[in-house]
Design a protein around this ligand. Sequence first.
Ligand SMILES: Cc1ncc(C[n+]2csc(CCOP(=O)(O)OP(=O)(O)O)c2C)c(N)n1
Ligand SMILES: [Mg+2]
Length: 328
Amino acid sequence: MADNNPFPMSREELLAAYRKMRTIREFEERLHIDFGRGDIPGFVHLYAGEEATATGIMFHLGDGDRIASTHRGHGHCIAKGVDVIGMMKEIYGKKGGSCNGKGGSMHIADLSKGMMGANGILGAGAPLICGAALAAKFRGKGEVGVTFTGDGACNQGTFLESMNLAAVWNLPVIFVVENNGYAESTSRDYGTAVESFVDRAAGFGMPGVSVDGTDLFAVYEAAGEMIKRARQGGGPALLECKMVRFYGHFEGDAQTYRAPGELDDIRENHDCIKILATQLKSSGVVSADELLAIDQQVIELIETAVKEAKAAPMPTLADLTSDVYINY
Ligand SMILES: Cc1ncc(C[n+]2csc(CCOP(=O)(O)OP(=O)(O)O)c2C)c(N)n1
Ligand SMILES: [Mg+2]
């Protein structure tokens, strides 16, 4: 393999990033199939297509850094290090899941990993992360908070109020706007007046940058600078990541609002994993065989996760009242 690495990550980090992205994709593709078979209860929103954003950002975070996620949160969880088998059990509604099967897809949380929770309420992650960032500021260890918000949810008052609060209190928060072009079936341009979400950052006195969210390295570098600045007391920033989603808003969405050929174009020309794999192979830093080996290991991991999720017991009636209140 060539010594000459043109990427902003080491060879080991490149392989780890590829593994994360493939794990998210395989997890989501499998949920798509299993949900279609009727195996999964509840509601599921898939993150497939958006993997480069979660991975590029989370690479800079440790367990002490907090994130607040969205209704489309599986990718954030996996990138932040939440156990994949526990997540699969959770989505199947089983005991032993990340929240013992009582949360499901939209409430996966793991505080030991700094993952404060997926969230079914649009715009609710932003005020939560301000609280976490305020605590981090008082602790003084340089920890940061990152909140993810979709292009639709950015129009919620909670999001805008949180940006103001974070700026006034100089909190270590990164507001990540995941702009996938749609809020359910409403296109971004129909629901939002500004050209770019970055235009809003100046209105709250913070820097903002817009990147191609399907480009792992663009996300990685922009997030890295903002996170470093926040750790050093520089305050909040906004990062817009423009991206695509491979599936409908939710599983079962007929997607009649898509233009003809739109999905084919997305899969063909805007697949962040395909783009990364091509870059890695053509640079000579990573071989095709190394990537294939990772693909195989990821497929086996997800197969194991599904088997364990199916075999795990359901929560009992007695479990209904546990974990409701915290004991001090
Ligand atoms: C406060 C609130 N209003 C409305 C909804 C219903 N809802 C769920 S997802 C969604 C669209 C979100 O779009 P966006 O923020 O762009 O995120 P994406 O689904 O594209 O990731 C809506 C309107 C909700 N969950 N919460
Ligand atoms: Mg959206």
